[in-house]
Design a protein around this ligand. Sequence first.
Ligand SMILES: Nc1ncnc2[nH]cnc12
Ligand SMILES: [Zn+2]
Length: 334
Amino acid sequence: MSIADLDFIKTLPKAELHLHIEGSLEPELMFELSRRNKIEIPFSSVEEIKAAYKFHNLQSFLDIYYQGASVLIHEQDFYDLTMAYLLRCREDNVVHTEIFFDPQTHTERGIDIGVVIRGIHSALKDAESEWGISSHLILCFLRHLSEEEAITTLKAAKPYLEFIKGVGLDSSELGHPPSKFQQVFAMAKELGLERVAHAGEEGPAEYIKEALDLLDVSRIDHGVRCVEDEALIERLIDREIPLTVCPLSNTALCVYDDMSQHPILQLLERGLCVTVNADDPAYFGGYVNRNYQALSESLGMTKKQAKKLAINSFKASYISQAQQQKWAEVIAAI
Ligand SMILES: Nc1ncnc2[nH]cnc12
Ligand SMILES: [Zn+2]
């Protein structure tokens, strides 16, 4: 596929399944909110912010990402943040999105979890009624904090469970294995919530197995280090466990030195249900179509592979089987 086929990527309806809403905070909005809320940030211009976005691993990114989120205070801020992302969905033909949010990043600063959820949820509802973009919200626990704090967060979210589809696990992976969160994931299951977890991004393949065995997740976020364990790859194929892969994130955080080393298309060809996602687009150089474009440019992704990836995005989502089927037919006809 040539670069001229960017239009083709845009024609494909897509679901996005791995997007941290706090990671969609563009420098321009960060500045506006810092002024509006009188929160100091250590940058004097948008250019300075962008220049600071040079990462050498996950932690070097997370330090800047949590600092950026400090400008989010009011319900309107969370609304504006989410609406800005949904406008990008519209541009990229993302018709369904499953959004992560990190309540502890905000509650630690004294912000009520209801402020966060109501702000995000009302933007999601507006985008659905205005543009027909459907969505789910996934509450993530920060794995560098304790399980006890995760349990407190889950309890605080109880009045809002009608707005929450599932729980996830993110932040610093190394040294914080899924086994640390077994109890809180069991509680979430008991509450009828879906479960996903970041695993095998920087952490070993063993963490992917733990997420499956101990947290009973139905999807793995990233998961690219499964390539180091042949038996695990076969298990992921047999059990049809999707991986929400984020190519530009992986190169920005030096999981791979160059996109040409990314295994996503090899995994696709082996029969894994891999999907393409942006992770933290304001920090990693682009939204979902930009990720598809990178696969085209660096890995020679074909139109057939792009269609399969788009079909997988619906198959791996939490929309109904009938809806999944409908989108698969639309894409097959393109
Ligand atoms: N790529 C990522 N990995 C882990 N935690 C995150 N939080 C936001 N982006 C993340
Ligand atoms: Zn992520």
